[in-house]
Design a protein around this ligand. Structure first.
Ligand code: SF4
Ligand code: SF4
Length: 126
C-alpha cells in the first residue's frame, strides 16, 4: 500500500483530539528521562536514607524498598537537580549526561551503561 493510500485511510474526525488523556495511568509510559542534560549520580555509601530526596523529587524517581533508598529511576528522572540540592549528606552529584556517556563509551561494553534505567541496584519498590 502506498503512503498516499495509507494517508487516505483516516479522516480528520478519526484523529484523537490533542490534550486528552485517553488511558488512565499512561504517564509512566512517557519516559521523560530522555530530556535530561544532567544525571543525578547517587553515592550509596554516603547515603543516610533520610528520604529527603524522595520527598522533594517532583517526578517520584527515588526508588525505595523497605524504607531505604535503592536507586534512581533514570527512565523518568528529568535531571532537575532538586534531590542533589536538598540532600543533607551531599551524596547526589549532578553530572553532565554527555560526559558520562563519553566515559561509558571509553570504558567499553560491560563497564556500566550510560543510559541505565536505575542507579544503585534493584529497580522498583517505589
Ligand atoms: S537525601 Fe541524600 S542521604 Fe537522604 S536518602 Fe536521599 S540520597 Fe540518601
Ligand atoms: S534530578 Fe533528582 S529530583 Fe530531579 S527528577 Fe531526577 S531524581 Fe527527581
Amino acid at each position: 500500500m502506498s503512503a498516499n493510500a495509507k494517508a487516505k485511510e483516516k479522516g480528520w474526525k478519526d484523529v484523537p483530539i490533542g490534550g486528552l488523556i485517553l488511558e488512565a495511568g499512561s504517564s509512566e509510559k512517557y519516559e521523560t528521562g530522555d530530556w535530561r542534560t544532567y544525571r543525578p549520580v547517587w553515592d550509596q555509601d554516603k547515603c543516610k536514607h533520610c528520604m529527603i530526596c524522595w520527598i522533594y523529587c517532583p517526578d517520584s524517581c527515588i526508588l525505595v524498598r523497605e524504607g531505604k533508598m535503592i536507586g534512581i529511576d533514570y527512565e523518568h528522572c528529568k535531571g532537575c537537580g532538586i534531590c542533589a540540592h536538598e540532600c543533607p549528606a551531599k551524596c547526589i552529584d549532578m553530572r553532565l549526561e554527555t560526559e558520562l556517556q563519553a566515559e561509558g563509551a571509553a570504558a567499553g561494553a560491560g563497564a556500566g551503561s550510560a543510559s541505565g534505567a536505575t542507579s544503585g541496584g534493584e529497580a522498583g519498590g517505589k
